[in-house]
Write a protein that binds this ligand. Sequence first.
Ligand code: PEP
Ligand code: MG
Length: 588
Amino acid sequence: MKEMVFEGIVASPGFVVGEIYLFDLEETAVFPHPIGKQEIGTEIARFEDALIETRKELLKIRQELADRAGREVTELFDAHLLVVEDRTLISDVVKGIEEKKLNAEYVFQEVINEYSQAFLQIKDDYIKERLSDIRDVARRVLHNLTGRKRADLASLREEVVVVAHDLSPSDTALMHKENVIGFATDIGGRTSHTAIMARSLEIPAVVGLGDISTSVHNGDPVVVDGTRGLVIVFPSRVTLARINREKSDLARFETQLKRLKEVPAETSDGFRITLAANIEMPEDIPSVIAHGGEGVGLYRTEFFYLNRTDIPDEEEQFRAYNRVAKKLKPDSVIIRTLDLGGDKFNSALEIPPEINPFMGWRAIRFCLERQDIFKTQLRAILRASCQENVKVMFPMISGFSELERVLKIWEETKDELKKKGVPFYPDMEVGIMIEVPAAVVMADVLARQVDFFSIGTNDLIQYTLAVDRVNEKIAYLYDPLNPAVLRFIRQVINIGHQNNIWVGMCGEMAGDLLSVPILLGLGLDEFSVSPVLIPEVKKVINSLRLSEVRQLAQVVLQYRSADKIRAEVKKLLRQSTPIMLKREEYKR
Ligand code: PEP
Ligand code: MG
């Protein structure tokens, strides 16, 4: 077969050679499990429950849409409702379970496949539309039957490179390092939570590849070049030899970088900054330590809530936070309160689908409404603060009144614990993420209420430039070096310092090698990055002088275009650390 090269967006660096596992159509992702005669009744009941649940979901969506959307949309849901109420379909599945003695999801899947095949034969647009209704509803029913969106990636038995149209962050969180050795998706951007998750799992990954999932087959040999953002299917012998060479170069380079582990992050003229790590779960701690992270600048607690049908209670959360704090002491651990919504969901919480989820009912907005869930988390964080290195940080703060409400709940929770005699550390630092443009504008007001700012550029860039962070079509516009973004960052750092609070950054920009010199020059106090990126960032910081980056920041902030800014940074890196520049240019 002829070699096929797909170009995409670098999500997680590294090279891997393997075979493709197409994880796309749910049809291929449900597995048959034989059942005993006595289990037939239970399987049928499970199937019926899933139908009832799906019907409820559809009715709820239809009702919500009825006030806002046009008739066309509500009619679509009427059509969907007809599918779950279709007697023939239901009885085909029930009969199938009884006769084949297989699990409900598998039989349901088979019946849907048969229907799809039959529909495909008919050349009529109306009928074709009905087919997409059936598939849509089938996805919902399967979701309810399995309690998760797709097949369990953690249960893969062999090493594979997963290729999919899209993967949710919860799909990615399930990937067992040993079995999913790389992945590639049609859509997605570098700061999607799926890409972030891939970096933290250290799985080479490329996203935004266009149409790879419909162009390849299960078992096709493949190379994922996560360093350049390429996926090569049916690689030639020449390609394989090149990849192997680059793989060993990379390994050698990484060994060199690892030697930096014991060295502090400090410019060559002695200016020291904190270089911390972003984590998603306590299991990431060994990687933080191995890469020399100075504590955690962002603990994304919402990953706790993914891949489960319940929600974690106070005790379970306390144990996790306490474990992280204890392991990393005396370095600090900044626990960010729940940031569900956007591209992260928990099925038990019934966050309704939204047209614009990143601008919707998410993060602190969700917590302010679900104060039961919020306070449970705050209690767990406060209890863990007894380790004396825990800080708390609130996401998506957009203004003073919102922050006031949050701080009131925080104080109430502390009072409640005090009354009960539950100990916590009274001097715990409280910070907010600056990731909404309104918070930048109001930074002077907000700074007086908190102990620190952490700039969340993943969101701040998408809101400032109006560029969806998970949309690969407009990824070229998503640029941390856009002058508007840099002006905002300068403003936040200056205002933070004028108000005597420290300013960190936990968005992916803090790990972007071309941004690091500018951020350093602007006076950023703390960089928090994916653990794997720590050595590279440290290498860049340690090779620069404070005087030269201050000068650089002054110069580039007068420029009008990102290209000019980029060229200026490159000029500096070419002198200070050419090897890192070469690696950066690799990514194109
Ligand atoms: C950010 O927005 O930069 C951030 C760190 O938060 P998240 O990526 O979890 O939205
Ligand atoms: Mg964010």
